[in-house]
Design a protein. Sequence first.
Length: 189
Amino acid sequence: MNAVRKNNSLAPGARHQAGVSLLVVLILLVVMSLLGLAVLRSSAMQERMSANMYDRNLAQQAAEQALLFAREQLDAGVGAKRWDVEEPDDASCTNFGICHWNKLQSDATVTWRQGPTLGATDPKVPNTESWYWVEYLGMNQAHKEAGGVIPASDTTSMGPLFRITARSAAAGRANVTLQTDVIYRLPRL
C-alpha cells in the first residue's frame, strides 16, 4: 500500500513535468528549423558564388584568347602591312582595327574588332565572345633584355609601341578587360 501512495504522490508532479518538456522540445524544434534554413541559404549562396566564378573564368579565358589573337594579327601583319615597320593610318584603323592613338582620342566611332569565340569548337563550354582593338602609341626605346639600360641618345634601339586592349562582355555575364603593351625592337632579332 505504501508503494501505491508513493506513486500517487508523484503523479501530479509528473504531469506538470510533461508540459515543461513539451515546451523545451518545441523551442529546440524552432532552433533546429532556423539552423536548417541558415544552412540552406548558405548552400544556395555558395552555389551562386561558384557559378559566378565559373562565368568569370570563362570571360577571363575569352579575353586572354582575344589578346593573343590580336597579338598574332599584329605580328603577322595584314596584307602588305607590316606593323613593326609601318605606322598605321586612318584606313588601317577602319580595315584592320589597328589605330593611331590620336585617332582614338578624336574619333568616337572607333569600334571593337571581333575576336575568337571561346567554346565555339567545344560543346561543353558555353560560347563566350571577345573583342579587341590595337592602338599605335608611337616609337619608343626597345631594350635588349628586361632591366637593360639604353642611353637616350641611342636611336638604333627605337621600336614601335602598341597597346592591345581585349575584353569579353555579354549581357548578364561577367565582364573582363585586359591590356598589354607590345614593343618591337628594330631590327628584329
